[in-house]
Design a protein around this ligand. Structure first.
Ligand code: HEC
Length: 120
């Protein structure tokens, strides 16, 4: 009986001590308390995925540049940027054009940047 009780206590202690102390949680987009910023989050995403065409001046048939804060904000508000990056892999008009769809966490970051009010 005593052994059974000890076992239950040990089991409970193990379960309760099982917390997630990973610091990577702080930067995941699912953490709504962290504000997404152009300078810290968005500029690098655009730079590595879009500027090969949407540079200044744009190349490869891209209709506009995405090199500044205003360019990217304007493309979200007036050029359907979020719709384009959210399309399925291989769908017509998906961006990056002819490339691989961005990871969903990255797309969510850009959506949250808009929701957060386009912080620079
Ligand atoms: C390989 C070149 C290339 C890359 C990389 C690329 N684009 Fe494009 N983009 C184009 C071309 C060409 C068009 C025009 C054809 C079209 O509208 O589908 C375009 C059009 C767009 C449009 C629509 C503009 C309008 O007014 O109709 C948006 C928004 C856009 N791109 C965003 C992006 C974003 C965001 C990225 C990065 C995630 C990206 N693109 C990466 C070539 C590219």
């Amino acid at each position: 009986m005593r052994i059974k009780l000890l076992f239950i206590i040990a089991l409970l202690t193990t379960l309760l001590s099982c917390t997630n102390d990973s610091t990577s949680d702080i930067t995941t987009p699912a953490n709504n308390s962290v504000t997404i910023k152009y300078s810290a989050d968005i500029a690098s995403i655009i730079s590595s995925n879009c500027l090969s065409c949407h540079t200044s001046p744009p190349v490869n048939g891209a209709p506009m540049q995405l090199t500044t804060y205003d360019d990217v904000k304007n493309a979200i508000l007036n050029r359907g940027l979020i719709d384009r990056i959210s399309r399925a892999q291989g769908a017509v008009g998906m961006m990056p054009n002819g490339g691989t769809r961005l990871p969903q966490a990255t797309i969510d970051k850009i959506i949250k940047w808009q929701t957060d009010g386009f912080v620079n």
